[in-house]
Design a protein around this ligand. Structure first.
Ligand code: AMP
Ligand code: MG
Length: 397
């Protein structure tokens, strides 16, 4: 038996390189991982400019008390610049965002002055008021987004404000995927007696896409040695990661184990967890290999724990594991000491605190428990039963 944590560390230690970077237009960069630090090519704002609609003046002309009158030399719109210089006794009508004219350092909001034809009457005001300084948002040369950051809309807006129209991101890791088992039927085709429709290939496909991978779908492979071997070779040729589901337990038809032992370097683990004990881990050619269990909940959970961090690491992400929170258990939860248990929970905020209950029956084949739930309740190896009212760790999904 291997613990979940040791298993994760072992798997991640084998991933020593990321996938290659590629250049994409900013319109295709959402959700991608930045592959180089993004440095500001210039100051933002690029020049001192007005924060309000009003009048730019030199602080030397500001009265200490009472009022004084200045001559308005020009009206300047946003986007245009005043190429002269203000001299003593002059003011410039200026719009929000317009660059400050030479000779001025302070702006009066239009609401606090009196304008009369070519003149404006002003009172006392602090030097430098209502001026946004060059570089106050971002200084030229500063790293504004670090490599390994997943790009959200605001990161993309920031780089476009800095003039970028394409970005260097990691290409999506390619994950080849197949279901195994004579009993597994393709949805949309007739099902023979004794067959079940494929669930795993579709939960796994969605999971791969959700974590930024590209799916190579190799369909359903029957429990036949030769077909499986050929399909695995095909998978390894074009993929960074190869995934199978089913066939890793100890049944007569659990061929994945045997075939893998021939074609790649594989360990078969019994992971101290529930659900999802059996796991095959290794490599085929240059690809990382994971043989996930067949039971749908076990298969999805094993993906979350062991495959997702690998896809993240290959994709160059800085953060490999989800945030964990704490919530108050609303019910008693049986728990065996010596294994990590993952119950599907319903997490909710009620009466000023987070609480959680299980979704009901927790069998490893009950996929509807993942549908009813919105989090994993993570009960660590050392602990026993949870009493109602105790705090437990939860990971929202
Ligand atoms: P196995 O490890 O191949 O013996 O599979 C364990 C259980 O998971 C069996 O009940 C299988 O029928 C079921 N199972 C295997 N593959 C799938 C799949 N792709 N979708 C849904 N259930 C599956
Ligand atoms: Mg099987």
């Amino acid at each position: 038996m291997i613990s979940v944590r040791d298993g994760q560390n072992h798997i991640l230690s084998r991933i020593t390189a990321t996938v290659a970077p590629e250049l994409v237009p900013v319109t295709r960069a959402l959700g991608r991982v930045l592959a180089e630090d993004f440095q500001a090519p210039f100051d933002v704002p690029p020049a001192d400019n007005s924060a309000v609609d009003g009048y730019a003046v030199a602080s030397a002309d500001i009265p200490a008390a009472g009022t004084s009158e200045l001559v308005v030399v020009a009206d300047l719109a946003a986007g245009s610049i005043f190429d002269g210089r203000l001299t003593a006794g002059q003011a410039l009508r200026i719009m929000t965002g317009a660059p400050m004219p030479a000779g001025a350092d302070t702006v009066y909001p239009q609401e606090i002055v009196e304008r009369d034809d070519r003149r404006v009457r002003i009172g006392p005001l602090a030097k430098g008021a209502n001026v946004r300084l060059r570089g106050e948002d971002v200084e030229a040369g500063a790293i504004v987004i670090e490599t390994g950051t997943v790009l959200r809309p605001q990161e993309i807006g920031l780089v476009t404000s800095l003039g970028a129209w394409q970005l260097m991101v990691y290409r999506r890791p390619r994950v080849a995927l197949m279901s195994t088992g004579d009993e597994v039927a393709e949805p949309g085709t007739p099902r023979r007696p004794g067959q079940i429709y494929d669930a795993n290939r579709f939960t796994l496909r969605g999971s791969i896409e959700q974590c930024g991978g590209e799916v190579i779908d190799l369909g359903i492979v029957p429990d036949e040695r030769e077909t499986l071997r050929a399909r695995l070779h095909e998978a390894a040729a074009g993929a960074d990661v190869v995934l199978t589901s089913g066939g890793v337990s100890v049944g007569v038809y659990d061929l994945v184990k045997e075939v893998l032992a021939e074609v790649g370097a594989i360990d078969f683990w019994q992971v101290a967890m529930q659900p999802g004990r059996p796991l095959a881990v290794g490599s085929i050619g240059g690809a990382a290999f994971f043989g996930l269990p067949g039971n749908p909940v076990a298969s999805l959970l094993s993906f979350m724990l062991f495959v997702r961090p690998v896809v993240y690491k290959l994709a160059g992400r800085r953060t490999l594991f989800p945030d964990a929170w704490q919530a108050r258990a609303l019910e008693r939860m049986p728990k065996k000491v010596g294994r990590t248990e993952y119950k599907r929970g319903i997490l909710r905020f009620a009466d000023g605190a987070w609480d959680v209950r299980t979704t009901g029956p927790q069998g490893s084949g009950i996929l509807s428990s993942m549908v009813a739930g919105n989090c994993l309740i993570v009960l660590d190896e050392a602990r026993g039963d949870v009493a109602a009212g105790e705090l437990v760790t939860v990971e929202p999904f």
